[in-house]
Design a protein around this ligand. Structure first.
Ligand code: ZN
Length: 283
């Protein structure tokens, strides 16, 4: 982690990194240790930083978030760009991986809602992929006393009766933890799933859960430009992956696995083209 990154919250760093990577840092000019830039986004914002030899003295931005004295994503984007200019690889201080892996588990959870402070996990699903292609699956409903909203019942097909008879959270977390131990986790918007899992591993098993992960939503935004939506079903449809049983954990895992394999193919072919152009026969 770079020293300046410690001043930023994790989420802001991720967003700033995305801005940097989407090349939204514009009109960058440095004069006597002070760099100014315009960050193009929904609105253009103007950023100034004093950043020299890896030391950040101060940063300002005219966005509403920074006005309250907080470090914002626009400032982070500029700092990533400045690091890149110096040849320092813009490391995202996170466990998100961008490389493609051979040994991984694709995961998905269903929940009673979107709030990781309050809502409960009601189902987990995972497909473990071993090098060479061998697959194993794990899925379980999870007991909860929370009332399922009718929209969740309709969305998932999981009923109150099903979760009331399901095994307890502790048992499922132990099995799930064993199933994915030591491998990279892959999911669509997987930070959402990880937030719930981290919380429950800590509160229920008193264990840290902090795996390396690859987010197919992030890959989709990066590889498929100009789509109106990037949700799981939309991206799966783009690749002609069957979305018929959407919103049960294991079915969503299967769609995510399909998406991930498509991105792997795309990237492998890109690299092949690059090698052909640079080293081999195509003039
Ligand atoms: Zn800002």
């Amino acid at each position: 982690m770079r020293a300046w990154q410690r001043r930023f919250s994790h989420k802001i760093l991720e967003r700033g990194y995305q801005y940097y990577e989407d090349e939204l840092v514009d009109e960058m000019q440095t004069e006597q240790e002070i760099t100014t830039a315009t960050i193009k986004g929904s609105k253009p914002y103007h950023v100034q930083v004093r950043y020299q030899n890896g030391h950040l003295s101060w940063a300002t931005c005219d966005c509403p978030y920074a006005r309250n004295g907080r470090y914002c994503k626009h400032e982070a984007a500029l700092l990533y760009a400045l690091d890149a200019q110096k040849g320092i690889p813009p490391v995202l201080a996170s466990k998100r991986l961008e490389l493609f892996v051979e040994d991984y588990a694709v995961i998905d959870i269903e929940t009673t809602g979107l709030d990781d402070a309050r809502d409960a996990i009601i189902e987990v699903g995972a497909i473990r992929v071993y090098p060479g292609g061998r697959l194993e699956t794990y899925t379980s409903l999870i007991h909860t006393d929370q009332k399922l909203s009718s929209s969740i019942e309709t969305l998932t097909g999981i009923t109150q009766d099903m979760v009331s008879k399901a095994p307890p959270l502790e048992k499922v977390l132990r099995e799930f933890g064993d199933f994915v131990r030591g491998t990279t986790l892959i999911g669509h918007n997987v930070p959402f799933d990880l937030a719930f899992l981290k919380r429950d591993f800590l509160s229920c098993l008193h264990e840290e859960f902090d795996p390396y992960y690859i987010d197919t939503l992030y890959l989709a935004r990066r590889y498929l430009k100009n789509m109106a939506h990037y949700d799981l079903a939309t991206v799966a449809s783009y690749f002609k992956i069957d979305t018929g049983y959407h919103h049960r954990a294991l079915q969503d895992v299967l769609m995510t696995l399909g998406i991930y394999r498509c991105f792997k193919e795309i990237e492998a072919f890109r690299q092949l083209c690059y090698r052909l152009e640079n080293e081999m026969i195509i003039p």
